[in-house]
Design a protein. Structure first.
Length: 559
Protein backbone atom coordinates (compact mmCIF):
# COMPACT_ATOMS: atom_id res chain seq x y z
CA UNK A 1 0.00 0.00 0.00
CA UNK A 2 2.84 2.37 -0.86
CA UNK A 3 0.99 4.10 -3.70
CA UNK A 4 -0.60 7.36 -2.62
CA UNK A 5 -4.28 7.87 -3.23
CA UNK A 6 -3.94 10.41 -6.03
CA UNK A 7 -1.49 8.28 -7.97
CA UNK A 8 -3.60 5.17 -7.42
CA UNK A 9 -6.69 6.80 -8.91
CA UNK A 10 -4.80 8.28 -11.85
CA UNK A 11 -3.29 4.89 -12.70
CA UNK A 12 -6.71 3.25 -12.56
CA UNK A 13 -8.30 5.89 -14.80
CA UNK A 14 -5.40 5.90 -17.19
CA UNK A 15 -5.43 2.12 -17.48
CA UNK A 16 -9.17 1.95 -17.99
CA UNK A 17 -9.24 4.85 -20.46
CA UNK A 18 -6.46 3.36 -22.52
CA UNK A 19 -8.34 0.10 -22.56
CA UNK A 20 -11.52 1.78 -23.76
CA UNK A 21 -9.73 3.72 -26.51
CA UNK A 22 -7.87 0.78 -27.94
CA UNK A 23 -10.84 -1.55 -27.83
CA UNK A 24 -8.54 -4.28 -26.61
CA UNK A 25 -10.14 -6.20 -23.75
CA UNK A 26 -7.29 -8.51 -22.88
CA UNK A 27 -4.15 -8.90 -24.91
CA UNK A 28 -3.86 -12.21 -26.67
CA UNK A 29 -7.61 -13.07 -26.60
CA UNK A 30 -8.88 -14.60 -29.81
CA UNK A 31 -12.49 -14.63 -31.00
CA UNK A 32 -13.05 -18.20 -29.85
CA UNK A 33 -11.06 -20.48 -27.52
CA UNK A 34 -8.76 -22.73 -29.49
CA UNK A 35 -8.82 -26.45 -29.11
CA UNK A 36 -5.69 -27.96 -27.58
CA UNK A 37 -4.60 -29.21 -31.03
CA UNK A 38 -4.89 -25.74 -32.52
CA UNK A 39 -2.70 -24.17 -29.84
CA UNK A 40 0.35 -26.34 -30.37
CA UNK A 41 3.62 -25.90 -32.26
CA UNK A 42 4.53 -23.83 -35.30
CA UNK A 43 3.58 -25.29 -38.70
CA UNK A 44 6.18 -27.33 -40.52
CA UNK A 45 7.60 -26.66 -43.96
CA UNK A 46 8.15 -22.91 -43.57
CA UNK A 47 11.92 -22.87 -43.39
CA UNK A 48 12.07 -23.71 -39.70
CA UNK A 49 12.71 -26.98 -38.00
CA UNK A 50 9.47 -28.43 -36.62
CA UNK A 51 9.10 -28.01 -32.90
CA UNK A 52 7.93 -30.75 -30.59
CA UNK A 53 4.61 -29.76 -28.98
CA UNK A 54 4.94 -29.04 -25.28
CA UNK A 55 3.56 -31.76 -23.02
CA UNK A 56 0.05 -30.96 -21.87
CA UNK A 57 -0.13 -30.16 -18.18
CA UNK A 58 -2.44 -31.77 -15.64
CA UNK A 59 -3.77 -29.96 -12.56
CA UNK A 60 -6.40 -30.12 -9.81
CA UNK A 61 -8.78 -27.25 -9.04
CA UNK A 62 -11.21 -26.79 -6.15
CA UNK A 63 -14.93 -26.53 -6.87
CA UNK A 64 -17.72 -25.66 -4.44
CA UNK A 65 -20.19 -28.52 -4.07
CA UNK A 66 -23.72 -27.13 -3.89
CA UNK A 67 -25.50 -30.29 -5.06
CA UNK A 68 -27.10 -28.24 -7.82
CA UNK A 69 -26.15 -30.25 -10.90
CA UNK A 70 -29.18 -31.99 -12.50
CA UNK A 71 -28.64 -35.78 -12.37
CA UNK A 72 -28.80 -36.09 -16.13
CA UNK A 73 -25.98 -33.53 -16.43
CA UNK A 74 -23.54 -35.59 -14.36
CA UNK A 75 -21.34 -34.36 -11.48
CA UNK A 76 -18.07 -32.53 -10.97
CA UNK A 77 -16.13 -35.58 -12.13
CA UNK A 78 -17.81 -35.29 -15.51
CA UNK A 79 -20.41 -32.98 -17.03
CA UNK A 80 -20.76 -31.07 -20.28
CA UNK A 81 -18.75 -28.10 -18.99
CA UNK A 82 -15.89 -29.97 -17.35
CA UNK A 83 -15.54 -31.79 -20.66
CA UNK A 84 -15.70 -28.51 -22.56
CA UNK A 85 -12.96 -26.96 -20.39
CA UNK A 86 -10.76 -30.02 -20.79
CA UNK A 87 -11.26 -30.01 -24.57
CA UNK A 88 -10.98 -26.28 -25.22
CA UNK A 89 -8.51 -25.37 -22.50
CA UNK A 90 -4.73 -25.74 -22.43
CA UNK A 91 -4.44 -28.30 -19.60
CA UNK A 92 -6.17 -31.36 -18.20
CA UNK A 93 -8.24 -30.48 -15.14
CA UNK A 94 -9.66 -32.57 -12.32
CA UNK A 95 -12.05 -30.78 -9.95
CA UNK A 96 -11.82 -31.44 -6.21
CA UNK A 97 -15.14 -30.65 -4.52
CA UNK A 98 -15.50 -28.84 -1.20
CA UNK A 99 -18.86 -28.22 0.55
CA UNK A 100 -19.82 -24.58 -0.02
CA UNK A 101 -20.66 -23.85 3.62
CA UNK A 102 -17.99 -26.08 5.18
CA UNK A 103 -15.12 -25.24 2.87
CA UNK A 104 -12.64 -24.32 5.63
CA UNK A 105 -12.91 -27.70 7.29
CA UNK A 106 -12.55 -29.54 3.99
CA UNK A 107 -9.64 -27.46 2.75
CA UNK A 108 -7.82 -27.85 6.08
CA UNK A 109 -8.31 -31.62 5.92
CA UNK A 110 -6.95 -31.66 2.37
CA UNK A 111 -3.93 -29.58 3.36
CA UNK A 112 -3.29 -31.88 6.34
CA UNK A 113 -3.09 -34.91 4.02
CA UNK A 114 -1.06 -33.15 1.30
CA UNK A 115 -3.97 -33.56 -1.10
CA UNK A 116 -5.15 -29.96 -1.42
CA UNK A 117 -5.83 -28.91 -5.04
CA UNK A 118 -3.23 -27.01 -7.05
CA UNK A 119 -5.59 -24.06 -7.54
CA UNK A 120 -7.63 -23.05 -4.51
CA UNK A 121 -10.76 -21.00 -5.21
CA UNK A 122 -12.31 -19.59 -2.05
CA UNK A 123 -14.40 -16.45 -1.53
CA UNK A 124 -13.60 -16.03 2.17
CA UNK A 125 -10.70 -13.63 2.68
CA UNK A 126 -10.19 -14.83 6.25
CA UNK A 127 -9.65 -18.41 5.14
CA UNK A 128 -7.11 -17.41 2.51
CA UNK A 129 -5.31 -15.27 5.09
CA UNK A 130 -5.08 -18.29 7.41
CA UNK A 131 -3.46 -20.39 4.69
CA UNK A 132 -1.05 -17.59 3.85
CA UNK A 133 -0.05 -17.29 7.51
CA UNK A 134 0.54 -21.06 7.60
CA UNK A 135 2.78 -20.76 4.49
CA UNK A 136 0.48 -23.00 2.46
CA UNK A 137 0.23 -20.63 -0.51
CA UNK A 138 2.70 -19.99 -3.32
CA UNK A 139 4.10 -16.52 -4.10
CA UNK A 140 2.91 -15.64 -7.61
CA UNK A 141 5.08 -12.74 -8.79
CA UNK A 142 7.49 -14.89 -10.80
CA UNK A 143 4.82 -17.39 -11.86
CA UNK A 144 2.74 -14.62 -13.40
CA UNK A 145 5.71 -12.83 -14.92
CA UNK A 146 7.10 -15.98 -16.54
CA UNK A 147 3.98 -17.95 -17.46
CA UNK A 148 0.96 -15.65 -17.71
CA UNK A 149 -0.35 -13.62 -20.63
CA UNK A 150 -3.99 -12.72 -19.97
CA UNK A 151 -3.84 -12.20 -16.20
CA UNK A 152 -0.54 -10.33 -16.43
CA UNK A 153 -2.16 -7.89 -18.87
CA UNK A 154 -5.22 -7.58 -16.64
CA UNK A 155 -2.97 -6.60 -13.72
CA UNK A 156 -1.44 -3.84 -15.82
CA UNK A 157 -4.88 -2.49 -16.65
CA UNK A 158 -6.10 -2.77 -13.05
CA UNK A 159 -3.15 -2.30 -10.67
CA UNK A 160 -5.49 -2.73 -7.68
CA UNK A 161 -5.35 -6.48 -8.38
CA UNK A 162 -1.68 -6.54 -7.43
CA UNK A 163 -2.22 -4.18 -4.54
CA UNK A 164 -5.02 -6.21 -2.97
CA UNK A 165 -3.39 -9.58 -3.69
CA UNK A 166 -0.07 -8.65 -2.05
CA UNK A 167 0.48 -9.69 1.58
CA UNK A 168 2.54 -8.11 4.32
CA UNK A 169 5.76 -9.77 3.13
CA UNK A 170 5.53 -7.74 -0.07
CA UNK A 171 4.77 -10.73 -2.31
CA UNK A 172 1.70 -11.42 -4.43
CA UNK A 173 -0.32 -14.49 -3.39
CA UNK A 174 -3.85 -14.11 -4.75
CA UNK A 175 -5.71 -14.05 -8.06
CA UNK A 176 -8.60 -11.61 -8.42
CA UNK A 177 -11.28 -10.34 -10.77
CA UNK A 178 -13.01 -7.08 -11.71
CA UNK A 179 -16.78 -6.80 -12.08
CA UNK A 180 -19.46 -4.09 -12.08
CA UNK A 181 -20.48 -2.79 -8.65
CA UNK A 182 -23.88 -4.30 -7.80
CA UNK A 183 -26.18 -4.77 -4.84
CA UNK A 184 -25.72 -8.08 -3.03
CA UNK A 185 -28.02 -8.29 0.00
CA UNK A 186 -31.53 -6.87 -0.39
CA UNK A 187 -34.86 -6.40 1.37
CA UNK A 188 -37.81 -7.64 -0.69
CA UNK A 189 -41.07 -6.30 0.73
CA UNK A 190 -44.61 -7.46 -0.05
CA UNK A 191 -45.98 -4.30 -1.62
CA UNK A 192 -49.44 -5.89 -1.88
CA UNK A 193 -49.43 -6.41 1.91
CA UNK A 194 -48.55 -2.74 2.45
CA UNK A 195 -51.47 -1.75 0.23
CA UNK A 196 -53.90 -4.14 1.92
CA UNK A 197 -53.00 -2.88 5.41
CA UNK A 198 -52.80 0.74 4.21
CA UNK A 199 -49.20 1.10 5.37
CA UNK A 200 -46.50 3.41 3.93
CA UNK A 201 -43.14 2.11 2.77
CA UNK A 202 -41.12 2.17 6.04
CA UNK A 203 -38.47 4.88 5.96
CA UNK A 204 -37.12 4.72 9.54
CA UNK A 205 -36.23 1.92 11.92
CA UNK A 206 -39.31 2.67 14.03
CA UNK A 207 -41.55 2.46 10.94
CA UNK A 208 -39.86 -0.81 9.99
CA UNK A 209 -40.63 -2.23 13.43
CA UNK A 210 -44.28 -1.21 13.18
CA UNK A 211 -44.58 -2.65 9.66
CA UNK A 212 -43.04 -5.96 10.74
CA UNK A 213 -45.44 -6.18 13.68
CA UNK A 214 -48.42 -5.42 11.42
CA UNK A 215 -47.37 -8.08 8.90
CA UNK A 216 -47.22 -10.62 11.74
CA UNK A 217 -50.45 -9.68 13.52
CA UNK A 218 -52.96 -8.22 11.05
CA UNK A 219 -53.52 -11.26 8.78
CA UNK A 220 -52.13 -9.73 5.56
CA UNK A 221 -52.70 -12.97 3.60
CA UNK A 222 -56.36 -12.98 4.60
CA UNK A 223 -56.63 -16.62 5.66
CA UNK A 224 -57.90 -15.87 9.16
CA UNK A 225 -54.86 -17.44 10.82
CA UNK A 226 -51.94 -16.00 12.76
CA UNK A 227 -49.37 -17.67 10.52
CA UNK A 228 -47.33 -14.84 9.01
CA UNK A 229 -44.02 -13.21 10.00
CA UNK A 230 -42.80 -9.67 9.56
CA UNK A 231 -39.26 -10.50 8.44
CA UNK A 232 -36.52 -13.11 8.82
CA UNK A 233 -33.56 -13.05 11.21
CA UNK A 234 -32.04 -16.26 9.84
CA UNK A 235 -30.02 -16.35 6.64
CA UNK A 236 -28.88 -12.82 5.80
CA UNK A 237 -31.41 -11.18 8.11
CA UNK A 238 -29.15 -10.26 11.03
CA UNK A 239 -26.41 -8.91 8.76
CA UNK A 240 -28.82 -6.65 6.87
CA UNK A 241 -30.37 -5.27 10.06
CA UNK A 242 -26.91 -4.61 11.48
CA UNK A 243 -26.04 -2.61 8.37
CA UNK A 244 -29.16 -0.51 8.99
CA UNK A 245 -27.54 0.64 12.24
CA UNK A 246 -24.17 1.32 10.64
CA UNK A 247 -22.46 -1.95 11.61
CA UNK A 248 -20.72 -3.48 8.58
CA UNK A 249 -19.07 -6.73 7.63
CA UNK A 250 -16.15 -6.12 9.98
CA UNK A 251 -16.08 -5.06 13.64
CA UNK A 252 -14.23 -1.78 13.02
CA UNK A 253 -15.35 1.50 11.48
CA UNK A 254 -14.11 4.98 10.68
CA UNK A 255 -14.76 7.71 13.20
CA UNK A 256 -13.19 10.95 12.10
CA UNK A 257 -9.53 10.25 11.52
CA UNK A 258 -9.56 7.00 13.50
CA UNK A 259 -10.44 3.38 12.80
CA UNK A 260 -12.07 2.04 15.95
CA UNK A 261 -13.74 -1.12 17.24
CA UNK A 262 -17.50 -0.99 16.89
CA UNK A 263 -19.65 -1.51 20.00
CA UNK A 264 -22.48 1.02 20.30
CA UNK A 265 -23.94 0.44 16.83
CA UNK A 266 -23.91 -3.32 17.29
CA UNK A 267 -25.67 -2.85 20.61
CA UNK A 268 -28.38 -0.75 18.91
CA UNK A 269 -28.82 -3.36 16.18
CA UNK A 270 -29.14 -6.10 18.79
CA UNK A 271 -31.71 -4.11 20.76
CA UNK A 272 -33.77 -3.69 17.58
CA UNK A 273 -33.67 -7.42 16.83
CA UNK A 274 -34.77 -8.00 20.43
CA UNK A 275 -37.79 -5.74 19.89
CA UNK A 276 -38.76 -7.72 16.79
CA UNK A 277 -38.38 -11.01 18.64
CA UNK A 278 -40.30 -9.91 21.75
CA UNK A 279 -43.13 -8.53 19.58
CA UNK A 280 -43.56 -11.85 17.75
CA UNK A 281 -42.67 -10.24 14.42
CA UNK A 282 -40.10 -12.96 13.60
CA UNK A 283 -39.98 -16.73 13.78
CA UNK A 284 -39.13 -17.60 17.40
CA UNK A 285 -37.22 -20.66 16.16
CA UNK A 286 -34.94 -18.70 13.81
CA UNK A 287 -31.78 -19.94 15.53
CA UNK A 288 -32.58 -23.47 14.38
CA UNK A 289 -32.73 -22.23 10.78
CA UNK A 290 -28.96 -22.43 10.32
CA UNK A 291 -28.78 -21.73 6.58
CA UNK A 292 -31.96 -19.71 6.12
CA UNK A 293 -33.87 -22.45 4.28
CA UNK A 294 -36.88 -22.21 6.62
CA UNK A 295 -37.12 -18.45 5.98
CA UNK A 296 -36.89 -19.08 2.26
CA UNK A 297 -39.76 -21.55 2.42
CA UNK A 298 -41.81 -19.09 4.52
CA UNK A 299 -41.25 -16.45 1.87
CA UNK A 300 -42.09 -18.67 -1.10
CA UNK A 301 -45.21 -20.00 0.64
CA UNK A 302 -46.47 -16.44 1.17
CA UNK A 303 -45.90 -16.25 4.93
CA UNK A 304 -43.13 -13.64 5.10
CA UNK A 305 -43.71 -9.91 4.61
CA UNK A 306 -40.09 -8.82 4.19
CA UNK A 307 -37.42 -11.19 2.91
CA UNK A 308 -33.86 -10.16 3.83
CA UNK A 309 -31.84 -12.13 1.32
CA UNK A 310 -29.72 -12.00 -1.83
CA UNK A 311 -30.92 -12.04 -5.44
CA UNK A 312 -33.97 -14.21 -6.04
CA UNK A 313 -33.81 -16.96 -8.63
CA UNK A 314 -36.47 -17.64 -11.25
CA UNK A 315 -37.40 -20.74 -9.29
CA UNK A 316 -37.87 -18.78 -6.04
CA UNK A 317 -40.10 -16.18 -7.65
CA UNK A 318 -42.15 -18.75 -9.56
CA UNK A 319 -42.78 -20.65 -6.32
CA UNK A 320 -43.97 -17.46 -4.61
CA UNK A 321 -46.37 -16.64 -7.44
CA UNK A 322 -47.66 -20.20 -7.57
CA UNK A 323 -48.59 -20.05 -3.89
CA UNK A 324 -49.93 -16.50 -4.07
CA UNK A 325 -50.67 -15.15 -7.54
CA UNK A 326 -51.40 -11.69 -6.11
CA UNK A 327 -47.94 -11.33 -4.55
CA UNK A 328 -46.21 -8.12 -5.61
CA UNK A 329 -42.65 -7.34 -4.54
CA UNK A 330 -40.78 -4.07 -4.16
CA UNK A 331 -37.24 -3.24 -3.09
CA UNK A 332 -36.97 -1.53 0.30
CA UNK A 333 -34.02 0.85 0.83
CA UNK A 334 -32.53 0.38 4.28
CA UNK A 335 -34.56 2.61 6.62
CA UNK A 336 -32.74 5.42 8.40
CA UNK A 337 -31.51 4.81 11.94
CA UNK A 338 -30.15 7.19 14.56
CA UNK A 339 -26.70 6.66 13.03
CA UNK A 340 -27.69 7.65 9.49
CA UNK A 341 -28.83 5.80 6.37
CA UNK A 342 -26.72 3.01 4.94
CA UNK A 343 -26.89 0.10 2.52
CA UNK A 344 -26.46 -3.64 2.97
CA UNK A 345 -23.62 -5.65 1.48
CA UNK A 346 -22.65 -4.76 -2.08
CA UNK A 347 -20.48 -6.79 -4.40
CA UNK A 348 -16.72 -6.35 -4.42
CA UNK A 349 -15.84 -4.88 -7.84
CA UNK A 350 -12.23 -5.86 -7.23
CA UNK A 351 -12.26 -9.21 -5.47
CA UNK A 352 -9.52 -11.71 -4.73
CA UNK A 353 -10.82 -15.25 -5.13
CA UNK A 354 -7.96 -17.69 -5.68
CA UNK A 355 -4.48 -18.83 -4.73
CA UNK A 356 -2.02 -21.52 -5.81
CA UNK A 357 -1.09 -24.29 -3.40
CA UNK A 358 2.53 -23.99 -2.31
CA UNK A 359 2.85 -27.69 -3.10
CA UNK A 360 1.62 -27.41 -6.70
CA UNK A 361 4.01 -29.35 -8.95
CA UNK A 362 3.21 -27.51 -12.17
CA UNK A 363 2.49 -23.83 -11.47
CA UNK A 364 2.95 -23.04 -15.15
CA UNK A 365 0.00 -25.29 -16.03
CA UNK A 366 -2.08 -23.70 -13.25
CA UNK A 367 -1.34 -20.26 -14.70
CA UNK A 368 -2.29 -21.46 -18.18
CA UNK A 369 -5.63 -22.62 -16.79
CA UNK A 370 -6.17 -19.28 -15.03
CA UNK A 371 -5.43 -17.37 -18.24
CA UNK A 372 -7.92 -19.49 -20.17
CA UNK A 373 -10.68 -19.24 -17.59
CA UNK A 374 -10.55 -15.44 -17.29
CA UNK A 375 -10.72 -14.77 -21.04
CA UNK A 376 -13.98 -12.95 -21.81
CA UNK A 377 -15.04 -15.52 -24.39
CA UNK A 378 -14.59 -18.34 -21.87
CA UNK A 379 -16.62 -16.45 -19.27
CA UNK A 380 -19.35 -15.73 -21.83
CA UNK A 381 -19.62 -19.39 -22.76
CA UNK A 382 -19.71 -20.67 -19.18
CA UNK A 383 -22.35 -18.08 -18.25
CA UNK A 384 -24.60 -18.32 -21.31
CA UNK A 385 -23.69 -21.57 -23.05
CA UNK A 386 -22.78 -21.92 -26.69
CA UNK A 387 -23.90 -19.39 -29.26
CA UNK A 388 -26.52 -20.86 -31.59
CA UNK A 389 -27.26 -23.65 -29.13
CA UNK A 390 -28.13 -21.81 -25.92
CA UNK A 391 -28.22 -18.16 -26.96
CA UNK A 392 -28.42 -15.67 -29.78
CA UNK A 393 -27.64 -11.95 -29.78
CA UNK A 394 -30.29 -9.47 -28.70
CA UNK A 395 -30.66 -5.95 -30.09
CA UNK A 396 -27.70 -4.75 -28.03
CA UNK A 397 -25.50 -7.62 -29.22
CA UNK A 398 -25.66 -9.40 -25.86
CA UNK A 399 -26.61 -13.04 -25.22
CA UNK A 400 -30.33 -13.82 -25.24
CA UNK A 401 -31.49 -17.32 -24.26
CA UNK A 402 -32.94 -19.45 -27.02
CA UNK A 403 -34.67 -21.92 -24.71
CA UNK A 404 -34.93 -20.85 -21.07
CA UNK A 405 -35.86 -24.28 -19.74
CA UNK A 406 -33.04 -25.98 -21.63
CA UNK A 407 -30.59 -23.44 -20.24
CA UNK A 408 -31.81 -23.96 -16.67
CA UNK A 409 -30.87 -27.61 -16.94
CA UNK A 410 -27.66 -27.26 -18.92
CA UNK A 411 -26.07 -24.01 -17.66
CA UNK A 412 -27.53 -23.19 -14.24
CA UNK A 413 -24.71 -24.86 -12.28
CA UNK A 414 -21.71 -23.13 -13.89
CA UNK A 415 -21.43 -20.06 -11.61
CA UNK A 416 -18.55 -21.43 -9.54
CA UNK A 417 -16.61 -22.30 -12.68
CA UNK A 418 -16.63 -18.54 -13.34
CA UNK A 419 -15.18 -17.45 -10.00
CA UNK A 420 -12.18 -15.87 -11.72
CA UNK A 421 -14.15 -14.26 -14.57
CA UNK A 422 -13.63 -10.51 -14.87
CA UNK A 423 -17.10 -9.84 -16.21
CA UNK A 424 -16.42 -6.12 -16.54
CA UNK A 425 -14.36 -7.01 -19.59
CA UNK A 426 -17.53 -8.12 -21.38
CA UNK A 427 -18.44 -4.44 -21.61
CA UNK A 428 -22.10 -3.41 -21.61
CA UNK A 429 -23.18 -7.06 -21.60
CA UNK A 430 -21.92 -7.36 -18.02
CA UNK A 431 -24.35 -4.71 -16.74
CA UNK A 432 -27.88 -5.39 -15.52
CA UNK A 433 -29.35 -2.93 -18.02
CA UNK A 434 -28.50 -5.34 -20.84
CA UNK A 435 -29.72 -8.49 -19.11
CA UNK A 436 -32.03 -10.36 -21.47
CA UNK A 437 -35.41 -11.53 -20.25
CA UNK A 438 -38.22 -13.18 -22.16
CA UNK A 439 -40.50 -14.52 -19.45
CA UNK A 440 -42.57 -12.40 -17.07
CA UNK A 441 -40.49 -13.76 -14.20
CA UNK A 442 -37.22 -12.73 -15.81
CA UNK A 443 -38.52 -9.25 -16.62
CA UNK A 444 -39.76 -8.79 -13.06
CA UNK A 445 -36.51 -9.97 -11.47
CA UNK A 446 -34.45 -7.81 -13.83
CA UNK A 447 -36.42 -4.75 -12.74
CA UNK A 448 -36.08 -5.68 -9.08
CA UNK A 449 -32.31 -6.05 -9.58
CA UNK A 450 -32.16 -2.59 -11.17
CA UNK A 451 -34.24 -1.23 -8.28
CA UNK A 452 -31.80 -2.86 -5.84
CA UNK A 453 -28.87 -1.07 -7.45
CA UNK A 454 -30.78 2.20 -7.29
CA UNK A 455 -31.56 1.63 -3.62
CA UNK A 456 -28.24 0.26 -2.39
CA UNK A 457 -25.36 1.22 -4.70
CA UNK A 458 -24.98 4.83 -3.65
CA UNK A 459 -22.16 6.73 -2.02
CA UNK A 460 -24.87 8.84 -0.37
CA UNK A 461 -26.11 5.68 1.44
CA UNK A 462 -22.86 3.71 1.65
CA UNK A 463 -22.10 0.42 3.26
CA UNK A 464 -21.01 1.28 6.81
CA UNK A 465 -17.33 0.40 6.67
CA UNK A 466 -14.59 -1.35 4.71
CA UNK A 467 -15.20 -4.80 3.27
CA UNK A 468 -13.10 -7.58 4.86
CA UNK A 469 -11.02 -8.16 1.75
CA UNK A 470 -9.71 -4.58 1.86
CA UNK A 471 -8.30 -4.88 5.38
CA UNK A 472 -4.66 -5.85 6.00
CA UNK A 473 -3.74 -9.41 6.99
CA UNK A 474 -3.53 -9.79 10.76
CA UNK A 475 -0.40 -11.39 12.21
CA UNK A 476 -1.12 -15.00 13.14
CA UNK A 477 -1.27 -14.37 16.89
CA UNK A 478 -3.80 -11.57 16.43
CA UNK A 479 -5.83 -13.57 13.92
CA UNK A 480 -6.04 -16.31 16.53
CA UNK A 481 -7.56 -13.85 19.02
CA UNK A 482 -10.30 -12.96 16.52
CA UNK A 483 -10.92 -16.62 15.72
CA UNK A 484 -11.08 -17.72 19.37
CA UNK A 485 -13.50 -14.98 20.41
CA UNK A 486 -15.71 -14.74 17.35
CA UNK A 487 -18.30 -17.36 18.27
CA UNK A 488 -18.41 -16.40 21.96
CA UNK A 489 -19.14 -12.81 21.05
CA UNK A 490 -21.81 -13.77 18.50
CA UNK A 491 -23.46 -16.05 21.03
CA UNK A 492 -23.61 -13.30 23.64
CA UNK A 493 -25.26 -10.83 21.27
CA UNK A 494 -27.75 -13.45 20.12
CA UNK A 495 -28.50 -14.41 23.70
CA UNK A 496 -29.66 -10.84 24.24
CA UNK A 497 -32.06 -11.12 21.30
CA UNK A 498 -33.89 -14.21 22.58
CA UNK A 499 -33.70 -13.88 26.39
CA UNK A 500 -36.37 -11.30 27.07
CA UNK A 501 -35.83 -9.05 30.10
CA UNK A 502 -33.41 -11.57 31.60
CA UNK A 503 -30.49 -10.54 29.40
CA UNK A 504 -30.34 -7.12 27.74
CA UNK A 505 -28.31 -5.62 24.90
CA UNK A 506 -26.52 -3.50 27.51
CA UNK A 507 -25.44 -6.63 29.36
CA UNK A 508 -24.36 -8.26 26.10
CA UNK A 509 -22.19 -5.25 25.31
CA UNK A 510 -20.57 -5.44 28.74
CA UNK A 511 -19.92 -9.18 28.39
CA UNK A 512 -18.61 -9.05 24.82
CA UNK A 513 -16.21 -6.25 25.70
CA UNK A 514 -14.97 -8.34 28.62
CA UNK A 515 -14.46 -11.41 26.40
CA UNK A 516 -12.59 -9.29 23.87
CA UNK A 517 -10.34 -7.50 26.32
CA UNK A 518 -9.48 -10.59 28.39
CA UNK A 519 -8.53 -12.45 25.21
CA UNK A 520 -6.09 -9.75 24.10
CA UNK A 521 -8.45 -8.07 21.67
CA UNK A 522 -7.13 -4.60 22.44
CA UNK A 523 -3.94 -5.63 20.64
CA UNK A 524 -6.02 -6.24 17.50
CA UNK A 525 -7.68 -2.84 17.88
CA UNK A 526 -4.25 -1.25 18.22
CA UNK A 527 -2.98 -3.03 15.09
CA UNK A 528 -5.85 -1.73 12.97
CA UNK A 529 -5.60 1.77 14.43
CA UNK A 530 -1.90 1.96 13.57
CA UNK A 531 -2.49 0.49 10.11
CA UNK A 532 -5.12 3.09 9.33
CA UNK A 533 -3.03 5.95 10.68
CA UNK A 534 -0.13 4.90 8.45
CA UNK A 535 -2.14 4.01 5.32
CA UNK A 536 -5.29 6.16 5.27
CA UNK A 537 -3.77 8.35 2.56
CA UNK A 538 -3.32 5.47 0.11
CA UNK A 539 -5.46 2.54 1.30
CA UNK A 540 -8.38 1.32 -0.84
CA UNK A 541 -11.23 2.93 1.09
CA UNK A 542 -15.00 3.28 0.67
CA UNK A 543 -14.75 6.33 -1.56
CA UNK A 544 -12.45 4.36 -3.88
CA UNK A 545 -14.98 1.53 -4.03
CA UNK A 546 -17.75 3.83 -5.23
CA UNK A 547 -15.44 5.76 -7.54
CA UNK A 548 -14.40 2.51 -9.22
CA UNK A 549 -18.07 1.64 -9.72
CA UNK A 550 -18.78 5.01 -11.33
CA UNK A 551 -15.74 4.79 -13.60
CA UNK A 552 -16.66 1.27 -14.67
CA UNK A 553 -20.11 2.40 -15.81
CA UNK A 554 -18.68 5.37 -17.71
CA UNK A 555 -16.02 3.36 -19.50
CA UNK A 556 -17.74 0.02 -20.05
CA UNK A 557 -21.48 0.63 -19.74
CA UNK A 558 -21.83 1.31 -23.48
CA UNK A 559 -18.79 -0.55 -24.77
Amino acid sequence: MSMNKKRQRSILKAGMTALALTGVIVAGCSAEPKTPDAAGSKPQGQGEKAQTPEARGSITVSMYERNNIPPEEGNWDKNRWTEWVNKQGPVDVKYITVPRWESLQKFNALFATNSAPDLILEYDTGYRNQWYAQKLLMPLDEVIEQHSTTYKELMKQFPQLKKLGTKDDGKLYEIGKVTPLNANHRIYIREDWLQKLNLPMPATTEELLQTAKAFASQDPDGNGKADTFGLNLSGNGVSILQHMFGFGEVQWRFEGDKFIHEWDRLKAATAFQKQLFDAGAVDKDFLADKNGEKAKQDFMSGKLGMYLHQELTDKDYDALKKNDAKAKLAMLPLPKSEFGQFSPVVSSPIQMVGAINAGAKNPKAVMQYIDFMIKPETARTLENGQEGVHWSKNEAGCPKPIDVEKNKKEISYTADMRMMSSLLLLGKCSFLEQRAGDTDTQKTLRQLALDANQAYVSKDRPIPTLKPEYLPVLPQDLALIVKNTEQQIKDAWMKAVVSGAGYTADQAEKDTKSIWEKSGGLRVDEFYAKWYEANKANAFLLKDLYQFGEDAVKLYGNK
